[in-house]
Design a binder for this molecule. Sequence first.
Ligand SMILES: Nc1ncnc2c1ncn2[C@@H]1O[C@H](COP(=O)(O)OP(=O)(O)O)[C@@H](O)[C@H]1O
Ligand SMILES: [Mg+2]
Length: 360
Amino acid sequence: MNSLVSASQIEAPTEAVEEVVRLTGVTRHFAQTAALDGVSLSIHRGEVLGLIGRSGAGKSTLIRCLNGLERVDAGEIHVQGTRITDLTERELQPLRRRIGMIFQHFNLLSAKTVEENVALPLKIAGVARAERLKRAAELLDLVGLSDKAKAFPASLSGGQKQRVGIARALAARPVLLLSDEATSALDPETTRSILTLLKDINRKLGLTILLITHEMEVVRDIADRVAVIDAGRIVEEGQVWSVFADPQTDITRSLLGGIRPQLPAQIAARLSPTAGAEAILSVDLAGPAAQGALFADLSAALPHSFRLVHGGIDHIQGQPVARFFIAVPTRDATLSGKVQQFLTARSARVEVLGYDTDHA
Ligand SMILES: Nc1ncnc2c1ncn2[C@@H]1O[C@H](COP(=O)(O)OP(=O)(O)O)[C@@H](O)[C@H]1O
Ligand SMILES: [Mg+2]
């Protein structure tokens, strides 16, 4: 397959990236299941890394290995240069303080007030009461909940509870924030506000975030890079816009299915692999190539050569990512080839999906 996004577009910036976390060949088995099967992955300072995969792919196990809640069978994990894979439980304590975590079900203590929940990690770390309440007040301000300091979790909405969770995760000034499906229990509007908050914190504090989710919109909207895990293996990783524009594996294509334009079902149902009145083509474009007037130019060069069937342009990390479906009449047997040639010369990726048997 030709590559839609050229290497020069995907390469990391030339300045050296600092790795906050590095996993090398990390393997973790449960009985016959390889939850992690040789995972190598880096998390760069200041980035939001999205980790996506089907249920059971190994996402939560990876996070649990990262903060030492789960041991690894093989491989190494370095956090800020320190190898953590063979630390004792006691040696892991200071590490856990450097890693904040937020959860799908918030995990707040119901008998404690909001400010006590936020200050709890500091209490455990032995910080004096006045100091920790001051820090809790700052954090509640950061997450927009200053007026709820004395409230109890039961009186808060889901979104407010997650804001408390975020404030608590930041209390000990972590270098890394781990988020495991933190918005999965929230409605779309609340999800949006939590994502905006996380992106804000990422920018303001330069905090590195590992974001695990099965919601592709979450990754599209706030991640810088994305890694795809399947059956315990990282099968693909790269900048979000380039992976979304040009997924290289079936599993990634399937995960992204819901947010990329798909051929309308009624057309897909009558598609023949061999013959029909129109050839149905998918046309993918991304980055600079998607900025021109591609279809107007195609129309001018080859009049009446195609019909626009479906598609659209998304904007991810400021880059246009376009995916269209067009129908090309087969009356003229050479037309489809000419259209493909024209589009390919303009850096589009074109695929003949089949032939529409119905359309006159
Ligand atoms: N404590 C455990 N005991 C047995 N099997 C486990 C345990 N934790 C995870 N697994 C298995 O490991 C695989 C990966 O699980 P998990 O990391 O929770 O996936 P994800 O978070 O991507 O849904 C699954 O097959 C799961 O059943
Ligand atoms: Mg999980």
